[in-house]
Every structure is written in structure tokens, then in C-alpha cells.
Design a protein around this ligand. Structure first.
Ligand SMILES: Nc1ncnc2c1ncn2[C@@H]1O[C@H](COP(=O)(O)OP(=O)(O)OP(=O)(O)O)[C@@H](O)[C@H]1O
Ligand SMILES: [Mg+2]
Length: 232
């Protein structure tokens, strides 16, 4: 079965696409899957992160940004070699790579900040996923997830209400990621929550919440694979 392919995308910059792609890839790899992380962003942040640490990351990171609009073909080639592919998408909807990635993806994970304003600035991404689903990839599923949660927030309920009102055909993951200094620190060290060998403040909590997100995604992947088997 070809690798289940998850695009981590939001045209809004700085929402945590790269942070979540790498940490999730690492969590899945630690769980025994063969994982590839594709850097689709010409800024090459994932690739630079993965190669900047004292020890190379165990997860394989490949930059496919130079393939431009042919990135979908390149991802398809990788799909025969791995169990799971995460694609860190560019933070810009005008970049032609994002729709090409969505065409060959099974799932689009859309990280966003925890406020109604963040939902509004994410609408363009939600609409883009809906367009690709309607036109070329009817199997493309998607979910929003909240990153950078700061303390106790009631924003989740407000965002849920807005999502219901807007009826945008995507849902909100239960897992959410707190705002923690540790995410910046592991970025600087070129490692991930799962691969970090040093004890650092917040590392256990980060590992646990990334694990929670990976479990939620795994449940989705298992359901979707069961459906594929029935349909084949
Ligand atoms: N949960 C978090 N807690 C604290 N810092 C975070 C968190 N998530 C991301 N960051 C920090 O926010 C910054 C932006 O994150 P990241 O580079 O992952 O976003 P991005 O969506 O990939 O950005 P771009 O659109 O530029 O590619 C980084 O400095 C990262 O360390
Ligand atoms: Mg990025």
C-alpha cells in the first residue's frame, strides 16, 4: 500500500507547520513506521533544521521544493518506499507547490493559532483544500488543529461555533499543542521532542502532546486504510 501522505499546510506563515511536521515525523518514526519528511518549502527550513543538530535526525528529510510544480510526481515516487510521508508546505498560497502536494495527499493537517482571527486568516487554506477535493482529489480529508495554546483558553469553543456556522467541511482535532519554549529550543538544537536525548524543561510535556496528536492521526489513518481495503 502506498505511503499515507499528510500535507501540513496553511498559507499563513509562522503557525507551526515546520515544527509540527518534524516533531510528528519523529514521533511516527519512533513508533516503528518508515517515515519520510518532504520539505516542499523553498525556504528549506525543515531540511536546515534536520541537518543542523549535533547528531543527524533519524527521520529522513528530503527537499523536493526544487521540483516546483512537478512536486506531486516526486512525492508519488517516494510513496512506494515509505509507510508515511509528511509534507511541510510553503507558507504562501500563491506558491504553486501547495495545490500540487494536495493533489497527491490523503490528508491535510492545517495548524492554526487559537483565535477566531486565526480561523479567518486560515479560510483561504480551507477553501483551497475544498477546491482540490472537488476538482481532482475527492479522497482528500482535512482537519484543523490548534497550536500555540497559551494557558487556559475558551477560544476552542468559539472556534468550534464558528466552524459550525461557516460549514466549511473540515473539523477540529481534539489534540492541541501548547505554546512552550521547548519547541524553539529543540528547533535551535536541530532535534525533535522524540529524538532529544538531553533532559530539558518541558520536553516530557512536549513529547506527550506530540504523541497525542500522532495517535489521533493514526486513528484517522487506520480508519481510512480500512475503507480503502474495502473499496479495493
Ligand atoms: N507550540 C509552540 N510553542 C512555542 N513556539 C512555537 C510553537 N510552534 C512553533 N513555534 C515557533 O514559532 C516559530 C514558527 O514556527 P514554524 O517555523 O514551525 O512555522 P511555519 O508555519 O513553518 O512558518 P513558515 O510559514 O515561515 O514556514 C518558530 O520559531 C517555532 O520554534
Ligand atoms: Mg515552515
Amino acid at each position: 500500500m502506498p505511503a499515507f501522505t499528510i500535507a501540513v499546510a496553511n498559507q499563513k506563515g509562522g503557525v507551526g507547520k515546520t515544527t509540527l511536521s518534524l516533531n510528528l515525523a519523529s514521533a511516527f518514526q519512533a513508533g516503528g513506521s518508515e517515515v519520510a519528511l518532504v520539505d516542499a518549502d523553498p525556504q528549506n527550513t525543515s531540511l536546515r533544521w534536520a541537518t543542523s543538530g549535533a547528531e543527524p535526525l533519524q527521520v529522513s528529510v528530503t527537499s523536493l521544493a526544487p521540483a516546483g510544480e512537478k512536486i506531486g510526481n516526486e512525492i508519488r515516487k517516494l510513496q512506494t518506499k515509505y509507510d508515511l510521508i509528511l509534507v511541510d508546505c510553503p507558507g504562501n498560497l500563491e506558491d504553486p507547490r501547495t495545490p500540487e502536494v494536495l493533489k497527491v495527499a490523503d490528508f491535510c493537517l492545517i495548524p492554526m493559532g487559537p483565535s477566531p482571527a486565526d480561523l479567518f486568516s486560515t479560510m483561504a487554506m480551507i477553501r483551497e483544500v475544498a477546491n482540490v477535493r472537488r476538482r481532482v482529489n475527492p479522497e482528500l480529508a482535512s482537519a484543523l488543529m490548534l497550536n500555540n495554546i497559551n494557558g487556559k483558553t475558551r477560544m476552542r469553543e468559539e472556534i468550534m461555533t464558528l466552524l459550525r456556522e461557516q460549514d466549511v467541511g473540515t473539523y477540529l482535532f481534539a489534540s492541541q499543542i501548547a505554546q512552550r519554549e521547548i519547541y524553539r529550543q529543540i528547533f535551535a538544537l536541530g532535534t525533535t521532542a522524540h529524538e532529544c536525548k538531553r533532559y530539558m524543561r518541558g520536553i516530557k510535556e512536549a513529547r506527550a502532546e506530540i504523541e497525542g496528536l500522532a495517535v489521533e492521526l493514526s486513528q484517522y489513518i487506520a480508519q481510512s486504510r480500512a475503507k480503502r481495503v474495502v473499496n479495493e
